[in-house]
Ligand binder design. Sequence first.
Ligand code: KIV
Length: 281
Amino acid sequence: MSTKKLTVFDIRNMKASGDRIVALTAFDAGSAALLDQAGVDIILVGDSLAMVVLGYESTVPVTMDEMIHHARAAKRGSNRALLVGDMPFLSYQADKRDAILNAGRFIKEGGCGAVKLEGGIEVSETVSAIVRAGIPVMGHIGLTPQTAGQLGGYKIQGNDVESARRILDEARALEGAGAFSLVLECIPDKLAEVITDVIAIPTIGIGAGLGCDGQILVTHDLLGMFEKFVPSFVKTYVKLAPQMKEAVASFREEVKSGRFPDQDHSFTMKVDIEELLRPLP
Ligand code: KIV
């Protein structure tokens, strides 16, 4: 695997060459470094930060300042992966000027190579404006968590002809607006396959089946670190939360019982104690 820094062009070319795109979230330098070393192509500083790190009930409350703070941290850990900053709720909806300035913060302050934003036809002019300002944009359609309330909650989208057609139209609109890739969240696998076939930019699925050009998950979900809510499309590769609780309980027990630190985890005194305690002349 080459260690050359990936650009949006490399990500676009991966579709043409059939090289599946691997994407995950990171919010700090340590995790970003691990993902980078493991060969992840795209590191998303997602607004899932709100729930899995900051303890909010949804992605809606997270602010631009919070997102930038974590983007800067992730940037310090990543070398090869394309770093993408996720535009939080109301950072791009009010007007195009706001959208360009906020997208620009991810590039200038956060060190990101691109931004992502949720929405279809209603945001396509905003996507165009950001792209024209020189900032690559990743789209996100299907289930869009920032507006999940309007979609009937966190549930599959595009399950009937009308909504499937709308999602297909949204994909075309975002491609036309200049997006370099598209996240497809929580839609039927066949619909994702059709979209992947008809648009030239890569699709990155989350709960959208195998037919996409790449896959993304929230890293906390993949590692089993976030127990509050695990969507059915998530594959948990390791259950770290119970392992962390077990390790912490062992530490607690050893501290309480006086078994930690033992000799192996202490420094032996080299100075003669008598000499140390002898009063200075
Ligand atoms: O915020 C996020 O982590 C995301 C992914 C789930 C695609 O948008």
